[in-house]
Structures are given as structure tokens and as C-alpha cells.
Design a protein around this ligand. Structure first.
Ligand SMILES: Cc1ncc(COP(=O)(O)O)c(C=O)c1O
Length: 366
């Protein structure tokens, strides 16, 4: 996002904790970034902690609150959540905290019927990051209140298009990259929620995250969230038309559409059971089109998407997933070019059916 890039570029270089004039200029810039984020999200400045990434913000929320859970209370989340959530959940489990991972349905929607009475901390995504399905946050918030549990909302995916309902939650994490701000992360935590820090040191970020602050990332996130708050409705309407076009193209090309309603307005996803998602990505990439298959963290390997497996897709289908998303700067002409390229790529014989590439390979003996 150009506004975020410009804000990062002009950021003061000094340590905001230094008393000299350069440090004070950095402190002023950081405070102003925090205040602007607070206004964009409708929360208090003292409830925000800047981090290095969305993953760190999620970990701070889940480990920070999870390690303070009263005896017998559990972290509850869903099998289709992002690896940042599932990884932190695994760590808590290893430390002896009860963890319950619940199923999702075919659309990636969280099943709320099984949230146990002992839930002490519930973690849900604003929207599923692979399928774009928007989660029932208000219902989960009501359930959390009924159970006396804290609610963490993973807002890394979606805040460009949906207003994150922070008034319903105790903790919420954001990713700079997903906001178009580049590297960076942010944790919102209601002031009364006590968190055990992940790193120890100085009193930065209200004692929630020690270490020198990254002023450039904070300024970039403030700029990006300001743009989102000002333009998200009109942009959501505009990109919905683009993703409708992509959904028709994916369906016409023989894909099985995935995800469900309500979905993020910029998402078009499908599985091609006879193809490898990675092959499709590489062919699209060669034509200048940046698509995804599974989660970005898992790309570079043949691992099937854990989200699609959790949604009940077969291994073959999960290996052939394709995600096309539109952004604030995506044009209708670019979408037409993507549609044409996809048709061409799928016609090409050089993309081998999955059965010949993965499933028929001999197993290694170890
Ligand atoms: C839902 C969700 N949570 C967490 C993350 C992690 O954010 P980051 O890449 O900034 O660490 C992502 C990133 O894709 C995400 O989509």
C-alpha cells in the first residue's frame, strides 16, 4: 500500500526510549502511530502493543493469556485456524494446559456446538485465511461470555474488508503484511487482561512486549489501518465484483469451488483434484500472477492444506487447492488477464495429473 510504504520510508531512526532530540522525535512518531491505530480500531492507545508479526501477536495472546489460565480451564480453538494459532496451542498443551481443537465444517466454518464448559480462552479467526469464510464472531463472543472465557480474535485475515468487532473480544491480533503495511504485527488486549510476556526486558509496550520498538512498522500499520477504516466498504463492494468473476472462471475451468458464505469479498478459491496446486502456482507465476495454494507458510513443500483436510477434503483435493485474491489495487483488466492465463495453464499438457506425480511415487523405506 503506497501510503504505508511512504510512512515507513519517512520514519525517524532513533530509539524512542532515548532522551536526546532524535529519540524524542522517534517517541513522538511512535505515540502518534499508536493513537492513529487506536482511532482506526476504536480502542484505547494503552490497549495496543506493536509486535514483529501477526504470528508473534497471536503467540503473545495465546501463550500470554493461556499460561495464566486458572487450573482446569482450557484453550479452545478450531482445526482450520492458522498455524500461528495451532502452533501456540500445541506449545500450551506441551506445557500442561488443557487444549481442545474443535472441527470445522466443509466451508471452514467453526462448529460452535462443541465448545466445552471448561473453556477459559477461545481463539477464532475473523475469517478463515485459506477459504475466506467469515466466522460467526458475535455467536462465539456470546458463548465465551456464557462460559466466562476470554476471547481472542485472529484478525490477521480480513480487516481490509471487514471492521474487526473489537468491542466483542478481549484480545485481537493483526498482521502488518496482511494489512498491506509490510513487516509488523499488533496485539489489541483489553486493559484488564493480564498477559505473561513472551520476552523479558524493558517496560516497552506497557510491559507486554519488551525490546526496542520498530517505529517504521508502527507508522506503516497506522497508515494502512487508516486507509482501511476510510475505504473498506467501497473497496469491498468493488472487489466483490472481481472475485465473482474469478469464481465463475474457476468453476468453468473445472475447479470445485471451496469456502462458503459469508466470505471475504476478495476471495475466490477452488480445488482441482487432478492437479497439483504448486504446479498451478508456478505456471501462473510465470505469467506474472501471484496466486496461493494452501497457506503461504506451507508453500515450498508438498504438504496438503491442513485447512482443507480439516474441512473434510481428500488428500488429493487438498493438494490441488488454488486461491486467487484481489487487492485494493487489483483492476478488472488484471482479473481478465488472470482468467485467460488460468484457462491456458489448465489446458497445457505439461502440468501432470496428481496421480502421476505424488500418489504413485514409491514410499521411502524409513
Ligand atoms: C489468519 C492468520 N493468522 C496469522 C497469520 C500470521 O501473520 P504473519 O505472517 O504476519 O506472521 C496469518 C498470515 O497469513 C494469517 O492469515
Amino acid at each position: 500500500m503506497p501510503e504505508a510504504a511512504a510512512a515507513r520510508k519517512g520514519s525517524p531512526w532513533a530509539n524512542p526510549s532515548s532522551p536526546h532530540q532524535f529519540g524524542q522525535a522517534a517517541r513522538t512518531a511512535l505515540d502518534s502511530a499508536r493513537d492513529r491505530v487506536a482511532v482506526a480500531l476504536g480502542v484505547g492507545s494503552a490497549e495496543l502493543a506493536f509486535c514483529a508479526s501477526g504470528t508473534e501477536a497471536v503467540n503473545l495472546a495465546l501463550l500470554g493469556a493461556g499460561r495464566r489460565l486458572p487450573e482446569g480451564r482450557a484453550l479452545v480453538t478450531w482445526a482450520g485456524e492458522h498455524q500461528a494459532v495451532l502452533g501456540a496451542a500445541r506449545e500450551l498443551q506441551l506445557e500442561g494446559v488443557p487444549v481442545v481443537i474443535l472441527p470445522t465444517d466443509r466451508f471452514g466454518l467453526a462448529d460452535l456446538s462443541l465448545v466445552p464448559a471448561e473453556a477459559g480462552l477461545i481463539s477464532l479467526g475473523l475469517a478463515n485465511n485459506e477459504l475466506g469464510t467469515v466466522q460467526p464472531v458475535a455467536e462465539v463472543a456470546a458463548l465465551a461470555q456464557e462460559r466466562g472465557a476470554l476471547l481472542h480474535l485472529d484478525c490477521c485475515q480480513g480487516p481490509r474488508w471487514l471492521r474487526p468487532p473489537l468491542e466483542l473480544v478481549d484480545l485481537a491480533s493483526f498482521s502488518g503484511a496482511k494489512l498491506g503495511a509490510g513487516p509488523g504485527g499488533l496485539l489489541y488486549g483489553r486493559q484488564e487482561v493480564r498477559l505473561q510476556p513472551l520476552v523479558y526486558g524493558g517496560p516497552q509496550e506497557w510491559g507486554r512486549r519488551a525490546g526496542r520498538e520498530d517505529v517504521g512498522s508502527a507508522l506503516a500499520m497506522a497508515a494502512a489501518l487508516g486507509v482501511c477504516a476510510a475505504h473498506r466498504e467501497e473497496e469491498a463492494e468493488r472487489v466483490a465484483l472481481l472475485s465473482d468473476r474469478l469464481l465463475v472462471a474457476l468453476n468453468d475451468a473445472g475447479g470445485e469451488l471451496t469456502g462458503g458464505e459469508p466470505r471475504l469479498p476478495n476471495y475466490a478459491t477452488a480445488v482441482f483434484s487432478q492437479r497439483r496446486g504448486e504446479d498451478l502456482l508456478l505456471a501462473l507465476d510465470a505469467a506474472g500472477i501471484a496466486a496461493s495454494s494452501g497457506s503461504a507458510c506451507a508453500s515450498g513443500s508438498l504438504d496438503p492444506s491442513h485447512v482443507l483436510l480439516a474441512a473434510g477434503y481428500t488428500l488429493e483435493a487438498a493438494l490441488g487447492s488454488l486461491r486467487l485474491t484481489a487487492g485494493y489495487d487489483t483492476t478488472a483488466a488484471e482479473v481478465e488477464c488472470a482468467v485467460e492465463t488460468l484457462r491456458r495453464v489448465l489446458r497445457r499438457q505439461s502440468i501432470r495429473p496428481l496421480a502421476q506425480t505424488v500418489l504413485s511415487q514409491p514410499r521411502s523405506s524409513n
